[in-house]
Design a protein around this ligand. Sequence first.
Ligand code: BGP
Length: 473
Amino acid sequence: MNYQHSIAFPEDFFWSAATAAYQVEGAHLEEGKNLSIVDKNINPNYADTSVTSDHYHRFKEDIALMKELGMTAYRFSISWPRVLPHGRGEVNQQGLQFYQNLVEELRENGIEPLATIYHFDLPACLQEEYGGWSSRQIIDDFAYFCKVLFENLGGQVKYWFTINEQSNMFLLPYLMEFDQELSLEKQKYEMNHIMTLAHAKAIKLCREVIPDAKIGPAIGLSPNYPESCRPEDVQAAREADDFRTYLFTDLYVHGRYRKNIWRYMEEHGVTPTIEEGDMELLQSAKPDFLGINYYQSRVVKYAPESLENKDMSINVDGKKGETEFEVIPGIYQGSSNPYLDKTDWDWEIDAIGLRTLLNELNDRYGLPIIITENGMGAVDVLTEDEKVHDEYRIDYLRKHLEQCRLAIADGVELFGYCPWSFMDLLSTTSGFRKRYGFVYVNRTDDDLKDLRRIKKDSFYWYQEVIRSNGQKL
Ligand code: BGP
């Protein structure tokens, strides 16, 4: 439904953009920083994490560009092994100072800092010591990391995201490490439970240390459409949403496991270990908002019991058609959507799906929502006259923002938009080949060149969007 009178974005809407530490900072072993599991496990076919966009050394220049763009907020993440090189214990003052300088510089430029505490980069030493997220020991270590951040940055940072894409880390665990001897599925459900406990503790701690701050998760979500109106497919789409979305959001918001998923876990012998007090902790830590990373929707159909179980295999090289869909026999299997265009990485472009998702989440949970990621990965071309004509990205973002405006008119309390990404950075799966930024970074996977910053066409477009508070899309 369209409305006759268009609704404006709220006056205090956060016009933001996002990055994450390991993808943008570089300096992966400088000034006391230690290795994370991402530093060790990033796709070896592309650039590594050592330099990336060199933001660690150029953050002032980058913040000047954010200001020029007109951003009123900036979502970034804090590297755990930069602040705590041993995962716990002694704080690396130089590492902490970097984030203090960063948030100070943002504030001086009128940009609200939005900080993600955990964006995939677990200190490698904690993985080696006790298996990282597979052990409950991590809950206290994570709480300690949070305490250091809240105490030292809490005066300046009033918006916090606990864990980035717990759902995707669990679904596409290309950066995680598992025990080869144990059932993968069981380990995933155990880890998910442990992560949710750590997230809940962080929320409680934040409320104690910075009572005027707001905190919530940043969840990676793709709504599932049924491939046909065959009732089996409609039910399969419902269940896909239960497994891939509502398992996580119900845990975060209500502190409970969905009954159908719990029954599934019991029947498959993969229930997580629940200790005394766990569920009370989860129930006592309702987030202030939901952060949503949205890139695409998905299509599913019923998967007969006779099929073989198969994990999803994602396209990492940007050659169309390489994605292989997951199959969960008796529940659902993925399929492609003939009505949608796709990126070179097979991500299905569906702006309306964002409105649908926002409304669905609003109806279920009634919490304020911020879009913490949304964007289009592409191979950008730098022309001889130093331009990047990324009209495909403008088109993608414009369409998604139109749907955000409609969702606000529908009644969704949307308070910010953080396109992925502010500047070009190391893609989690595909190095510097796959770019997302408003600002081009002059380097390739093999050649660091001069790392010069160049404003793309989308930079000037977003600048106008912000200047008009979203009236001019
Ligand atoms: C999300 C991550 C980001 C980012 C983005 C794009 O899952 O939170 O860190 O990488 O996806 O993904 P990719 O870089 O694989 O295209």
